[in-house]
Ligand binder design. Sequence first.
Ligand SMILES: [Zn+2]
Length: 331
Amino acid sequence: MPMVPMKQVLDEAEKGGYGVGAFNVNNMEQIQAIMRAAREANSPVIVQASRGALRYSNLIYLKKLMEAAVEENPDLKIVLHLDHGNDLEVVQQAIDLGFTSVMLDGSLEADGKTPRSFESNVDITRRAVELAHPYGVTVEGELGTLGGVEEHVAASVAILTEPEEAVQFIEQTGVDALAVAIGTSHGAYKFKDVPKLAIDRVETIHRLAPHARLVMHGSSSVPQDLVEAVNRYGGAMPNARGVPVEAIQDAITKGIRKINVDTDTRIAATATIRRIYHEDPSVFDPREYLGPAREAIYKVVKARIEAFGSAGHNDDYGPKTLDDMKREYAR
Ligand SMILES: [Zn+2]
């Protein structure tokens, strides 16, 4: 089975009332860990690569690793998604590489910091839709800005998504999915103390724009046992804090269908590698720490897939192809 369009996976999640995890990848161990978790949970899965990941892996390696994932798991619904594309060139590059979904994040200017005007965001996002849909490729946009720091994505201020604007944005751009800003932020330091999320906005947007699939970025939970392990074995992540899994589950009941998770798998890998270095300073074979790091990533991904409710849903439907989607978009 080739990779499936994200629109289908999210539309099925809408029918089933569950969320689908979107996990970031840069290398082989991460891809293997995610695929093992999805396979064991019999869950559809979204694998996503940022611009930084494309650069890090020199494009062709990531493409070939994803092809290996598909070949190894012919019965799984796998989406390959571009995370935070910021111009039409990178969108085209992802489509050429075989991605079945792209994000055009028009919420920020090209500097990756300054919030862009609503009109300018509509304009660039609509052009991305016009570029991607003729290929059958799904498009995710973003309205409002998240605080925090992700690779090259660091808004100077956080602006929550206004429901009425979201409806206009969806109508004017034709996006399939929309990342909404409800108080989450990228990275490992999301909240000073108790997390506060505007989950009621999800419910309102979902009611007003029932055909767009809603996406939650900055949704790592930053498990405290992993943060403690990082700190115990020589790391320095004081006061790292994320979004509780229960808050994400609440957001899923209100209409969130795609949940981005990156920081959690990073922390899991780092905690494991630090522990191994600490416990056995004689280790110098990378397999002796990358293998256990892969295992740790797998555990986090599996737990998230189960918590988001997508486990067991892989076989609910047959796969659509990009050609199927081309015809749907043309109508
Ligand atoms: Zn993001």
